[in-house]
Design a protein around this ligand. Structure first.
Ligand code: MCA
Ligand code: CO
Length: 144
């Protein structure tokens, strides 16, 4: 079902601070920096080349009372989730439910660039897993 890694998400205290390393030291130019109010985060997408290339997603919690700020308090900065792209998120949700996989969503939620569901880490051997069906215009054309 998933056909590619869409992004690897790293949670950071401060996006600008993290970009000093990822942009200025590693040379990864952010494609987009945007607020996602529904998730109470601000994110930066760092393309890793090519229209089908995966990205690093830096995530900064923007409120003190979200699951992300709790994560940051409890576990500090680091890997937060892995996002895999699927062609049909409704079919994926139905399949997860049929297989009684612990899904955190009853319906796909609006993610930054499409519709997504999250699978609980206890179902995935310890990794918070996001499955996303990308909006067409979100499919990147990164000229190299
Ligand atoms: C917008 C952007 C985008 O790309 O579009 C995004 O995706 S932003 C993505 C932001 N949205 C989300 O993350 C939504 C999905 N996340 C959630 O619903 C929640 O974070 C959650 C249910 C995974 C955990 O919720 P919680 O606050 O209750 O956390 P707890 O601390 O009680 O965690 C319960 C158990 O899960 C583990 N746990 C929690 N978070 C993670 C994680 N990110 N990766 C791996 N394990 C994790 C904890 O260690 C704990 O394990 P143990 O019991 O063994 O100690
Ligand atoms: Co994500």
């Amino acid at each position: 079902m998933p056909r590619r890694i869409d992004h690897v998400a790293i949670i950071v205290r401060n996006l600008e601070q993290a970009l000093i390393f990822y942009r200025d030291t590693l040379g990864l130019e952010p494609r987009a920096i945007q607020d996602v109010p529904s998730e109470q985060v601000r994110i930066a997408f760092l393309p890793m080349g090519g229209p089908q290339g995966s990205e690093i997603e830096l995530i900064e919690p923007t409120t003190p009372d979200s699951s992300l700020s709790r994560f940051l308090e409890k576990r500090g900065e680091g890997m937060h989730h892995l996002c895999l792209e699927v062609d049909d998120i409704d079919a994926a949700l139905q399949e997860m439910n049929e297989r009684e996989v612990a899904v955190l969503d009853t319906q796909p939620r609006l993610a930054a660039e499409g519709r997504a569901i999250f699978l609980h880490p206890k179902a995935t051997h310890g990794v918070l897993l996001e499955l996303i069906e990308k909006r067409p215009q979100a499919t990147r054309r990164v000229e190299r």
